[in-house]
Write a protein that binds this ligand. Structure first.
Ligand code: C2E
Ligand code: MG
Ligand code: MG
Length: 687
């Protein structure tokens, strides 16, 4: 076939050529076997070049294609020979300034199927400037980019990732409809559970609704595809190129964001929701990774609840964020930290001396102090428990050591940090042991009731007594109540113990009354923790009833601090009073005393604590006591002094009208048998 023949047979008429040119589309033919390219007349005119190029495609590439795109150009010509009916590529003109699309489609094949005539189309991207722009918008991360003309409903590839090119290149190069190409892609690539939503989100309807808001220029949507059996994150970005408020042309980019996503997720897993700083998971992971030797510090904020209740929760959260930053700054470079919960933080310091730890803690303490002043919030201060970390230790064990140390100084006024000591564990074990053996001890009657008499300072007669519990351990050790009462108070077991003491005293009273024909009141202590049980009055009333004793012979001592500031106590006191009980206020003067509050309640006796009795002999103390006693008596209450150890105290108390005296001067608490013997004995002042 000669050139002339080809020309005559295949040349498009000039009119059609002009029409195409008006559309900025230029045609040519490629004769692979002859390695010949022949431009249409209008194309040659448009480019101002000759019509025939031998040794194609190299010769064409030399005069029409940007040097860097030559290889791409030649590969496109090669590809059309390898089977497909159409191929296309985006190339730049020789000067590199303009983009155009080169599309080749087979027009004729020989009997072996090899293309003999290939039609070529060169189409300038009218949008090429935009394409440059959008390549900026979409950056290099977008491995695939398409131009979508929604009016013509055509998708034109601008850049295709290899995977997409291999699998969809042909379909996409033939300018499919947007809806079709997306559907095909979604069904084959997207993970099944997301297919419906991706289809909906990327539909023309959804996009045009989204872009109907003029301010919206781009829409980003992420989904997962299956690659080699594993889900991978893909980000699709739609940039609207149309006039505001409509969607007629857009650019769509697809980026593989799997690594970025995985990192973000990983980071998210370590970020504390409340403070925005690191969380406990981060701390423990770091500890595993780079523990080495150092110190673990457990931090807590004293009175933090106050910030929440005075300034509101959101201010409280804000303060926690600030504390998190202060800790972050302090441990930066020498450790790491994590927020545990509420106002608890934990951190690791890679330092080698107690002094360095103290310095860091001091810095945190000072900076929190500054922050408190700056924010004008109620005074809060941190306190820390510190313990040494050695590689291979268990995170939880070490943290609980630090917590133990921290608890030791929780209510200390001068210390704000403490190092863990082995004794702390021993104490914790002791507490656990005491708790564990309570029930058995109660069953085995290991709790013994001792009695301490109360005397009338005038007649020196025994007018009553107080029952005080002791724990006689099976090994013969006698444990004083100060050691176990606070533990039983904190876990609620005290209720059982108090009832046990109360019913035993009731029974003894009945026995002694029968034996000696006389009964004097023996008071029992009622813990503040017992007061929180609703049925306490009924329970005690029932016990007294069952044993058959008038409750006034077993007065209840309630500690002053439980009575003051507890509104419900008034109601309870009324109920006890109505049930026939007598109530004593214990430890008056040891804490925050408020006679006016006490006056509103139906107590009948006030017990002066040893701590104010000790003031006797001091002028101011004497005046205070004198007035207090006068006032209390005016209110119609009896006064009993406790902890009276010396003769002078007895004389003074008698002179100012004290009704009863309890203390070592007369008698120490004693075992039941001894008490029984002394029931009628009266000690003289001459002792
Ligand atoms: P309390 O009720 O104020 O009891 C008085 C405490 O002062 C007793 O200590 C007593 O031995 C001590 N005491 C009395 N006179 C003197 C003195 O002249 N000098 C000194 N230094 N101390 C004196 P005890 O027996 O160790 O009891 C301590 C606390 O344990 C009691 O203080 C009471 O609060 C509590 N307690 C004792 N038994 C019970 C009980 O059965 N139930 C409850 N809930 N608490 C109890
Ligand atoms: Mg008492
Ligand atoms: Mg007392």
């Amino acid at each position: 076939m000669s050139f002339e023949e080809i020309d005559v047979r295949r040349e498009m008429d000039l009119e059609s050529q002009m029409a195409l040119q008006a559309l900025k589309i230029h045609t040519f033919r490629f004769y692979p076997k002859e390695k010949l390219i022949m431009l249409s007349e209008s194309t040659a005119r448009h480019f101002g070049c000759k019509r025939h190029y031998e040794n194609a495609p190299d010769s064409v590439a030399d005069s029409f294609v940007f040097s860097k795109d030559k290889e791409k150009n030649n590969r496109t010509y090669q590809r059309i020979l390898e089977g497909p009916d159409t191929v296309s590529e985006t190339l730049r003109t020789a000067d590199g300034n303009r983009f155009y699309r080169l599309a080749l489609s087979v027009m004729e094949r020989d009997e072996t199927g090899f293309p003999t005539i290939v039609g070529g189309v060169l189409e300038y991207y009218d949008d090429h400037m935009r394409a440059v722009e959008l390549s900026k918008v979409l950056s290099d991360d977008y491995s695939s980019m398409y131009f979508v003309d929604f009016i013509k409903d055509e998708v034109t590839p601008y850049r295709m990732a290899d995977f997409i090119n291999d699998n969809y290149g042909q379909q996409i190069s033939s300018r499919p409809k947007y809806g079709d190409v997306m559907k095909n892609y979604i069904i084959h690539e997207v993970v099944p559970e997301e297919q419906a939503s991706v289809l909906q989100m990327t539909s023309y309807e959804n996009l045009s609704k989204y872009f109907s808001d003029e301010l919206r220029r781009s829409f980003v949507y992420e989904f997962r595809v299956l690659r080699d059996g594993a889900p991978k994150f893909i980000r699709a970005k739609f940039v609207n190129l149309s006039e505001e408020g409509v969607l007629s042309r857009a650019v769509v980019g697809f980026a593989d964001v799997n690594t970025e996503k995985a990192e973000a997720w990983e980071r998210l897993a370590y970020i504390d929701q409340l403070t925005g700083g690191w969380n406990y998971t981060f701390y423990s992971e770091q500890l595993k990774r780079e523990g080495g030797t150092g110190y673990v510090v457990s931090a807590d904020i004293k009175a933090f609840k106050l910030v929440n209740s005075v300034c509101g929760i959101s201010k409280g959260d804000d303060i926690l964020r600030k504390i998190s930053i202060i800790i972050d700054n302090a441990v930066h470079g020498c450790g790491f930290y994590g927020h545990l919960n509420a106002d608890h933080f934990v951190f690791f310091l890679k330092v080698d001396s107690d002094e360095t730890v103290a310095k860091v803690l001091d810095e945190i303490n000072r900076n929190i102090e500054f922050m408190v002043a700056e924010e004008g919030i109620p005074k809060i201060s941190p306190y820390f428990g510190v313990t040494r970390w050695k590689a291979g230790m268990r995170n939880q064990v070490v943290l609980s050591e630090a917590n133990t140390a921290k608890h030791r100084i929780k209510s200390s006024k001068d210390e704000f940090y403490a190092f863990f000591r082995q004794e702390d564990v021993e104490r914790a074990l002791e507490i656990k042991f005491i708790e564990d053996s309570f029930e058995k001890a109660l069953e085995n009657k290991e709790f013994k009731i001792w009695y301490q008499p109360k005397y009338d300072p005038d007649s020196l007669e025994m007018i009553g007594a107080e029952a005080l519990v002791r724990w006689l351990r099976p090994d013969g050790q006698l444990v004083s109540p100060g050691k176990f009462i606070p533990i039983f108070e904190s876990n609620g077991m005290i209720l059982e113990l108090d009832k046990y003491v109360f019913s035993n005293v009731c029974e003894r009273q009945i026995d002694w009354e029968k034996k000696y024909g006389r009964i004097i009141p023996i008071s029992v202590n009622l813990s503040r923790a017992s007061l929180y049980f609703n049925s306490i009055v009924e329970d005690y009333g029932r016990i007294a009833d069952f044993i058959g004793i008038d409750p006034k012979y077993v007065p209840l001592e309630i500690t002053e601090s439980a009575a003051v500031g507890n509104g419900e106590i008034k109601e309870l006191a009324d109920k006890f009073y109505d049930a026939g009980f007598h109530l004593h206020i214990d430890d008056f003067g040891a804490g925050f005393s408020s006679l006016s509050t006490l006056n509103m309640m139906r107590f009948d006796t006030l017990k002066l604590d040893k701590s104010i009795i000790d003031y006797i002999g001091d002028h101011a103390g004497d005046v205070l006591l004198k007035h207090t006693i006068a006032m209390v008596k005016d209110l119609g209450l009896e006064v009993i002094a406790e902890g009276v150890e010396v003769k002078e105290q007895v004389g003074f108390l008698r002179d100012i009208g004290c009704d009863g005296i309890q203390g070592f001067f007369f008698a120490k608490p004693m075992e039941e048998d001894d008490f029984e013997k002394s029931l009628y004995a009266v000690k003289g002042m001459t002792k």
